[in-house]
Ligand binder design. Structure first.
Ligand SMILES: C[S@@+](CC[C@H](N)C(=O)[O-])C[C@H]1O[C@@H](n2cnc3c(N)ncnc32)[C@H](O)[C@@H]1O
Length: 226
């Protein structure tokens, strides 16, 4: 399955099948113990990714690529960044719009659509938390190549690491009832991403970051820098 097919399946999943589940998972509402571990893991990963941005991001233009319900968008806008929040799911963009405090809304531009849309402009940094995890290595590399070409300082992102635990118990299998299952998550070794980036002609350096493994959540931070 190529990039556009994966993106279209994700749009269907995050815009319809799972939009309410995501809205709840990413809120303060009570969730099952299993989902609570996912929530905690995601909070830890978001903190790790945000810590890779400069301490002072006031006035910097940052793309939250696949922003979902906007937790990272809200955090970056609170720190004074000019955030472009894009997601292929229009319904999650609407949730994100309600979650950014009113005082920070003037620093955020929301966009329902493809994160690769060149019309979104140029950025100082791009953050893509768990929004590339359903794509194959070749597609991730092509996405990163396009994002990096429009970015000055760094692209911070996550991949699903290739671990036996992930294969065995990722939340595709355990977290949602069968009818609600997410599109497959594709685990990658760092070397596969590095190789795919080289094949895509990306000359930026790939730096591994924090790995967060919390209950049913496992994700590996990475960073591309010029
Ligand atoms: C697992 S969710 C993570 C959302 C958010 N980054 C977070 O951590 O809370 C992945 C998101 O990426 C979005 N997404 C996937 N591919 C995309 C694309 N090509 N363009 C825009 N959004 C995309 C999905 O719609 C979904 O909301």
């Amino acid at each position: 399955m190529g990039y556009a097919d994966t993106r279209d399946r994700l749009e269907h999943y995050f815009d319809r099948t799972a939009s309410k589940t995501w809205e709840r998972l990413t809120s303060d509402a009570p969730v099952s113990r299993i989902r609570q571990t996912v929530r905690e893991g995601r909070d830890a990963m978001r903190a790790a990714l945000l810590a890779r941005l400069p301490a002072d991001i006031r006035g910097l233009r940052v793309l939250d690529a696949g922003c979902g319900t906007g937790a990272a968008t809200a955090a970056m806008a609170a720190r004074g960044a000019e955030v472009v929040a894009v997601d292929i799911s229009a319904s999650l963009i609407e949730v994100a719009r309600t979650r950014v405090p009113v005082a920070d809304l003037r620093r955020v531009t929301f966009h329902a659509g493809d994160m690769l849309d060149p019309g979104l402009g140029r950025f100082d940094h791009v953050l893509a938390m768990d929004s590339l995890i359903h794509y194959r290595a070749g597609d991730i590399a092509l996405m990163l190549a396009q994002l990096a070409a429009r970015t000055k300082a760094s692209v911070v992102f996550t991949v699903a690491p290739r671990t036996p635990a992930l294969t065995a118990m990722w939340w595709a299998g355990k977290l949602f009832p069968r009818s609600d299952r997410s599109p497959a998550i594709v685990p990658h070794a760092e070397a596969d991403i590095a190789g795919a980036l080289r094949a895509a002609g990306v000359t930026w350096r790939l730096r591994p970051g924090t790995r967060v493994a919390r209950g049913f959540y496992i994700s590996q931070a990475m960073e591309l820098v010029p």
